[in-house]
Design a protein around this ligand. Structure first.
Ligand SMILES: C[C@H](O)[C@@H](O)CC(=O)C(=O)O
Ligand SMILES: [Mg+2]
Length: 367
């Protein structure tokens, strides 16, 4: 029920200097600064109702998002690594059939997650070893490693990870679109010995038939293809599913601009019996997508087989309702809304270029 009219729309350029630590780096994005065009929609409602939205970018992309959200109509951006998610905190109730037992199971055990935070491409071997060791101690059993820039490096890093996590734990690989189609097949036949469950974004996300070719070629190696974090509408997903181009479908709560678009993809995945394993590598993406995947389990797929949600261990402290991870699982959020609201203090500090964090960094760069 809408209790007021929109009275003001604010867009803030918020950037976190993650590139300083190599966090978030991959074969296509060497030095990302996890960032967002953060939108606050104010209303004249008596209770002060507000809506919050984020468009995830890697820094510069915020300027593109800004021009679309701040001055143009909100919508999907085609800029690399730039995702749109605009949602009112009041949120509607999207309701299919609710499976009570599954709801209780989620509340007790949470939704299974995997971690990407141990093996960004820019991390040293020592960091990689130390983070994998710690993650194992913390109960993680599923790990994703970035690959795709240099085969020898990939082999060394994958061996290091397998040495730490052992042969039984689940390992996924992510090439972030780096290869062309034959290269992807060749490269993965060299990495098959590390027993990856999937190769993610092996080639251009727009190349649906290319993904289908790769999928087919990797079947004998027991490796699936995962993709979706760059898919901006349900039609692309429909074609990927029809072409048998993916074995794991990765919705992105922001990229698919709106909950409705995400829901239609969840329903199609159910029809094609393809597991949904959401993308969450970015600022705020874990906060948002947890809602969708828990909804998927309770009301759509009713299955956890081959399913898990990505988790990255960065920047949650800047959110008013941060995700809660217990025993490598997402515990269902209990607050109303989509968990999108950021802390005002964090926004102020990280606003680009005039927040304290950036004033210092930019001054240091000048000297
Ligand atoms: C640039 C981002 O960190 C990207 O590497 C995230 C990603 O591909 C993932 O989490 O998957
Ligand atoms: Mg990825």
């Amino acid at each position: 029920m809408v209790r007021g009219r929109i009275s003001r729309l604010l867009v803030r350029d918020v950037r976190f200097p993650t590139s300083l630590g190599g966090h978030g780096s991959d074969a296509m994005h060497a030095d990302p600064d996890y960032s967002a065009a953060y939108v606050v929609i104010e209303t004249d409602a008596e209770d002060g109702l507000k809506g919050y939205g984020i468009t995830f970018t890697l820094g510069k992309g915020t300027e593109v998002a800004w021009s679309r959200e701040g001055r143009g109509a909100p919508g999907n951006s085609s800029h690399p690594k730039c995702s749109v998610g605009l949602v009112g905190q009041a949120g509607g109730k999207a309701c299919l059939e609710v499976t009570r037992g599954h709801e209780e199971q989620m509340l007790a055990q949470g939704y299974p997650a995997y971690t990407t935070s141990c093996a960004w491409l820019g991390y040293s071997d020592d960091t990689l070893k130390q983070l994998c060791t710690q993650a194992l101690k913390d109960g993680w059993t599923r790990f994703k490693v970035k690959v795709g820039a240099d085969l020898q490096d990939d082999e060394r890093r994958c061996q290091l990870i397998r040495d730490v996590i052992g042969p039984e734990k689940t390992l996924m690989m992510d090439a972030n679109q780096r290869w062309d189609v034959p290269e992807a097949v060749e490269w993965m036949s060299k990495l098959a010995k590390f027993k990856p469950l999937w190769i993610e974004e092996p080639t251009s996300p727009d190349d649906i038939l290319g993904h289908a070719t790769i999928s087919k070629a990797l079947v004998p190696l027991g490796i699936g293809v995962a993709t979706g974090e760059q898919c901006h509408n349900r039609v692309i997903f429909k074609q990927l599913l029809q072409a048998k181009a993916l074995q794991f479908l990765q919705i992105d709560s922001c990229r698919l601009g709106s909950i409705n678009e995400n829901l239609s993809v969840l329903l199609m995945a159910k029809k094609f019996e393809i597991p949904v394993c959401p993308h969450a590598g970015g600022v705020g993406l874990c906060e948002l997508v947890q809602h969708l995947i828990i909804f998927d389990y309770i009301s759509v797929s009713a299955s956890l087989k081959n399913r898990m949600c990505e988790y990255v261990d960065h920047l949650h402290e800047h959110f008013k309702y941060p995700v809660m991870i217990q025993q490598a699982s997402y515990m269902p959020p209990k607050d109303a809304g989509y968990s999108t609201e950021m802390k005002e203090e964090s926004v102020k500090k990280h606003q680009y270029p005039d927040g304290d964090v950036w004033k210092k960094l930019l001054a240091a760069q000048e000297n």
